[in-house]
Design a protein around this ligand. Structure first.
Ligand code: GLC
Length: 747
């Protein structure tokens, strides 16, 4: 029997290796047939004309170039019919190498989910993975092989428009979310028809642009890179990310696209990344603008030697690599490495077996009208909503409320709820998107009268609509006021120097407050905004971000208590732009302020409190939670030991709810000053009214380690504080422990 099993094991394992070898073998066999020009063609990517997501490279010959094998991938070509048309052109090329179709499926294809920053506020990794899963299913059913997501850039600057696209300021939360999103997009196996290749972007440190101004320079220490900006990319690789995209910014003086250190030393060296790297839109050619490359030929040289495998929309490779090889400046082996990485993915996707396998109109029709997708979008959206204030318990609203006035510029628009980076489906109208108005209509009974007034625009200064809004408010028992920034005020190239509520919206709030009616403020935004008067004077505030195609229903679910809000802020909300960068895991300084009003010879502004308006990890519920019984398995641990923590969380309110229990750690003294606290774990738990649960965490050496130049990551002996919080500022339980010896942590 044993022999039989061992023979079977050998056969199985051989078939596994032979299957892997067969892709490598197929790649090598195909490569051997390719001319240098055909190889370079595989490294060239152009956009289609569906949606422009960057400055267009004018090229009227794309279709001819595809037939000539000069283009290996297209982006912004979508739909089974349209992608089939372009794939047919590729099948006319000499070697019939199929095209890869890429698209920015950032938070949904047709069914649109909350913007990623909103999803991060859910702290619900299963929900975040589900969102990516549905997005993958819908796009893979529509001819797409590859999404340019997840964007995993950490950012501490809400002026930067692209904070909407990421997971906020924290490396631990951002790494967990990066992992979940890659798993969601790629599913169990690339090549099954419900998955698309993921693309971890933007490598590297794009979110640290000086001044929060998009595309601006980044300058930071190697330590900061390793401790704050690299871990989410490593998490993406651990999740199996098929591709990376490099970033527009120069990093410590070298544009990321031409940066050997991050691409060769780290990504393809230390991390042994086997996928391929696509440049961001035109970023190879833009190294000329950076003043790094004299011309596009030098840019092509720097990019290919630094490890950028595919050239998006700059045709620097197409027009220069052949010459560089002929001049002996670029070895053909370097080209071969890039080509093999790309061909390998095309084989994994099954495109050589059937180039049209993702172009199936019937499957597309079915997937894009799948009620399960809509249900998922509504659930994820509700989980992403953050309750900032509910001082007078106006929420949840009663479904028997007689008259409700729904006022504001965000009430009736539909597509606005998608926010930035929604897929522009030309052939689909927006009727399927549930506006905030429609969500309220769907929720209330026939005995509730709904009144509407726009009140004002988003950024225009006209107050002409105020009177109507006040009239309508005076007729109502409750007012809901939906305000915010416009959906195109965040996203790419959408940095704002002032992150206030634009226009006269806060004036409208002030006027409506005078009616004395209970008012629920909804704030729609792609970033943390500054709205101090509203935050100080209005008792009921809900942060609704941009929630996607089920926005209206999700908002109504929360406002009427059918879903008890559970979101927690993934970014610090500053009191003013002058505080930026402001983040919770800052270091102490030698003169830390003792409280928010301490100004005497301490690190503080003389004209402002020291604290944020709303802290990282903050969010309320319709119930309350008690924390007790924090226990540590040990008070002293060795480096190779783990520490178990347990505590009890109790729902001390009257309705069921979810709480995000946050574990923060502070290393009191170390050879490199450590943050005042760092998120090291969290658990989102659901509790019925009165229910208690024991929550446990494990602290291991990795959670105590930090970057050391010669040791990579290692922890240091010493004393540590443990903090359990309902937010980074609302610490409910504390304890401490000691670490007693030094050994390098496995990295
Ligand atoms: C854009 C973005 C990038 C996107 C790409 C393709 O400029 O920076 O995130 O994936 O171009 O649209």
């Amino acid at each position: 029997m044993k022999n039989y099993i061992s023979i079977l094991f050998l056969l199985l394992s051989f078939s596994g290796i032979s299957q892997q070898k067969s892709i490598d073998q197929k790649v090598n066999e195909l490569l051997a047939k390719m001319t240098l020009d055909e190889k370079i063609g595989q490294l060239n990517q152009y956009t289609g004309d569906n949606t422009l997501t960057g400055p267009l490279t004018i090229n009227p010959n794309k279709e001819e170039e595809i037939k000539a094998g000069k283009i290996g991938s297209m982006l912004n070509i979508l739909g089974s019919e349209y992608t089939r048309k372009y794939q047919e052109l590729a099948m006319q090329s000499r070697l019939k190498i199929p095209l890869l179709f890429g698209l920015d499926v950032i938070h949904g294809y047709k069914t649109t989910f909350p913007i990623p920053l909103a999803e991060a506020a859910s702290w619900d990794l299963a929900a975040i993975e589900l969102s990516a899963r549905v997005s993958a299913r819908e796009s893979a059913a529509s001819g797409i092989h590859w999404t340019f997501a997840p964007m995993v850039d950490i950012s501490r600057d809400p002026r930067w428009g692209r904070v909407m696209e990421g997971a906020g300021e924290d490396t631990y939360l951002g790494s967990k979310i990066a992992y979940a999103r890659v798993k969601g997009f790629q599913g169990n196996k690339l090549g099954d028809l419900t998955s698309v290749m993921a693309c971890a972007k933007h490598f590297l440190a794009y979110g640290a642009a000086i001044g929060g101004r998009d595309y601006n320079s980044v300058d930071m220490s190697e330590r900061m890179l390793w401790e704050t900006y690299l871990p989410p990319f490593k998490a993406a690789i651990d999740a199996g990310a098929a591709t990376f995209m490099n970033s527009f910014n120069d990093l410590n003086g070298v544009p990321a696209t031409g940066n050997k250190h991050i691409q060769r030393d780290i990504l393809k060296g230390k991390w042994n990344f086997s996928g391929f790297v696509v440049s961001d839109w035109g970023s190879i050619g833009e190294m000329v603008n950076h003043g790094f490359s004299k011309d596009k030929k030098e840019a092509a040289y720097s990019a290919i030697t630094a490890g950028s495998d595919m050239d998006m929309e700059s045709n620097s490779y197409l027009y220069n690599l052949s010459q560089l090889v002929k001049e002996g400046r670029v070895s053909e082996a370097l080209i071969d490495d890039a080509v093999k990485r790309i061909l390998h993915k095309k084989f994994e996707l099954g495109l050589f077996d059937d180039p049209y396998r993702y172009c199936d109109a019937k499957r597309q029709q079915k997937e894009l009208n799948n009620p399960e997708n809509t249900k998922a979008a509504r659930e994820v959206a509700a989980k992403s909503i953050v309750l900032l204030k509910n001082d007078k318990k106006v929420l949840p609203l009663s479904k028997d409320t007689k008259t409700i006035a729904f006022i504001g510029p965000m009430v009736k628009p539909k597509r606005a709820n998608h926010g930035f980076w929604a897929v522009d489906l030309k052939d689909v109208d927006s009727t399927y998107i549930v506006s905030q108005w429609e969500g309220l209509q769907n929720k209330v009974g026939k005995n509730t009268k709904l009144l509407y007034a726009k009140g004002c625009g988003i950024s225009d200064m006209s107050k002409a609509g105020f009177d109507e809004a006040i009239t309508v408010a005076n007729q109502a028992d409750v007012v809901i006021l939906s305000v915010g920034e416009a959906p195109n005020m965040s996203g790419e190239a959408k940095s704002r120097s002032s992150i206030n509520l634009p226009g006269v919206q806060e004036d409208l709030i002030k006027e409506l407050q005078k009616t004395g009616k209970p008012i629920v403020i909804l704030i729609n935004s792609g970033r943390p905004l500054v709205f101090n008067w509203t935050a100080d004077n209005m008792p009921t505030i809900v942060y609704t971000w941009w929630l996607g195609s089920e926005a209206g229903n999700a908002i109504a679910d929360v406002l009427f208590g059918d879903y008890n809000p559970s979101g927690k802020l993934p970014m610090t909300f500053p009191r003013t732009e002058g505080q930026i960068p402001l983040y919770y895991n800052h270091t102490s300084t030698g003169r830390p302020a003792k409280n928010e009003d301490d100004k005497i010879y301490v690190s503080a502004y003389i004209d402002l409190q020291n604290s944020p308006k709303f802290p990282f990890g903050y969010g309320l519920s319709y119930t309350t939670f008690g924390y007790s019984d924090l226990k540590l398995s040990k008070q002293v641990i060795r480096k190779n030991e783990t520490l178990q923590l347990s505590l009890t969380v109790t729902n001390t309110g009257k309705v069921a709810g979810e709480e995000v229990v946050q574990l923060y750690i502070k290393d009191r003294f170390a050879s490199i000053v450590r943050p005042v606290k760092e998120l090291k774990d969290f658990q989102k738990i659901k509790l019925e009214a009165g229910e208690s649960k024991t929550v446990t965490f494990t602290i291991d050496n990795d959670k105590l380690s930090f970057y050391h130049e010669n040791l990579d990551f290692a922890s240091e002996a010493g004393e540590f504080d443990v903090m359990i919080g309902s937010s980074s500022e609302d610490i409910r339980l504390k304890s401490e422990f000691e670490l007693t010896e030094k050994t390098p942590a496995a990295n």
